[in-house]
Design a protein. Sequence first.
Length: 158
Amino acid sequence: MSEQITYHWKRSSSIKSILQRIVIWTATTILIILFFNTGMGKVMNHIVFDTQLSRQPLPNWSKPILSYVLPVLELGTLCLLFNDHTRRWGLWTGTILMTAYSVYAYLAYIEFYGYVVCACGKIFEKMSWQRHFYFNTAIASVSIVALYMYYKLNRSKK
C-alpha cells in the first residue's frame, strides 16, 4: 500500500513538473514574440518611435534616453529569455517591463495626462488604451505565474 502511495505521488509530481514547464515555456514564448516585435519595430522605425515618444507626457530630459533604452531593454530581455541560464532574469525583466507598461496604459486610459498617442509600435497602434491595459496586464500576470512556477520547479530540483 505504501509503495502505491509513493508511486502515485511521484507520478503526480512529474505531471506537476511537466505542467510547470509548459507554463514557463508558454510565457517565455509569448514574451519573446512580444519583445521581438516591439523591440525590432522601435529599432527599424526609430524615427517614428522617437517622434511618438516626444509626444508622451514624460520629462523632456528622459525622452532621448528612453528612445534608446526601451528597445535595448526589450531586445535584451529577449536575449535573456532565450538562454536557460538567464531565463529567470528574463522573466523578471519581462514582468517588470509589462507591469510598468500596464501602469502607463492605465494612466493613459483614464486620461490622467490628457490624450496620449501610443508609441508601442505597428502591432499595437490601433489598440485603444483600455485594450492596451488589459493586454499588458494579462501578459504581466502570465509572466508572474511563470516566475512563480520557475521558482517552484527549481526549488523542487534541489
